[in-house]
Design a protein around this ligand. Structure first.
Ligand code: ZN
Length: 191
């Protein structure tokens, strides 16, 4: 089956110690497994999309303006991928199956061409990683469900600042959205 790996919001602002809206350690702890997964997909020539939050300075009309401190502002280091993933992305972003996609809402489908991108390639299964499990990953999964995609979530490659929210979202993926919540090793078995 054609499928796509989606890496949601794994940027400095959401993961680094000094990030503007950071998950902190839980986000940093998934770096190795996330990197392993991304490398597998890139080497297997399967599509990888980095869906990355984009905000503009002092955008008072954005609904997050009142909810969160400014984060992932255009042109800042906060928008770069966290840790070794940024370098890996820069080395491989010339490849057709590696794509950066700006998003401006929690869901990677909201206001983007992600659905068209997936449909053009006959992709019916979306594999989710990144942060935060209970915010942007969750909203992306909900839209994927409503659009008819099958969903796989890698438990060791998603994280949140909110442990309770993280656990709740994992249950929701499985029990309400019909997702497979899996480990990294299960990927190797070509689920
Ligand atoms: Zn945001």
């Amino acid at each position: 089956m054609n499928r796509c790996l989606l890496v949601v919001d794994y940027t400095n602002d959401f993961v680094a110690d000094d990030g503007a809206l950071t998950c902190g350690k839980p986000g940093q702890d998934i770096e190795h497994d996330l990197q392993t997964l991304v490398k597998q997909w890139v080497e297997d020539k399967e599509p990888v999309v980095f869906a990355v939050d984009l905000h503009h300075k002092n955008d008072q009309y954005h609904p997050e303006h009142k909810l969160f401190p400014p984060h992932n502002i255009e042109g800042t280091d906060g928008r770069k991928l966290y840790g070794s993933l940024q370098g890996y992305y820069e080395e491989n972003n010339f490849l057709d199956h590696v794509r950066w996609m700006d998003k401006t809402r929690y869901s990677a489908f909201a206001g983007t061409d992600l659905d068209l991108y997936l449909k053009e390639r006959g992709i019916k299964e979306i594999h989710l990683t990144g942060v935060c499990t209970d915010i942007c990953v969750l909203h992306t999964a909900m839209d994927a469900y409503n659009l008819g995609y099958s969903i796989v979530v890698y438990e060791p490659a998603v994280a949140s600042f909110n442990e309770e929210g993280h656990k709740w979202a994992l249950g929701h993926f499985e029990n309400v959205l019909g997702a497979k919540v899996v480990t990294i090793d299960e990927r190797a078995e070509k689920i």
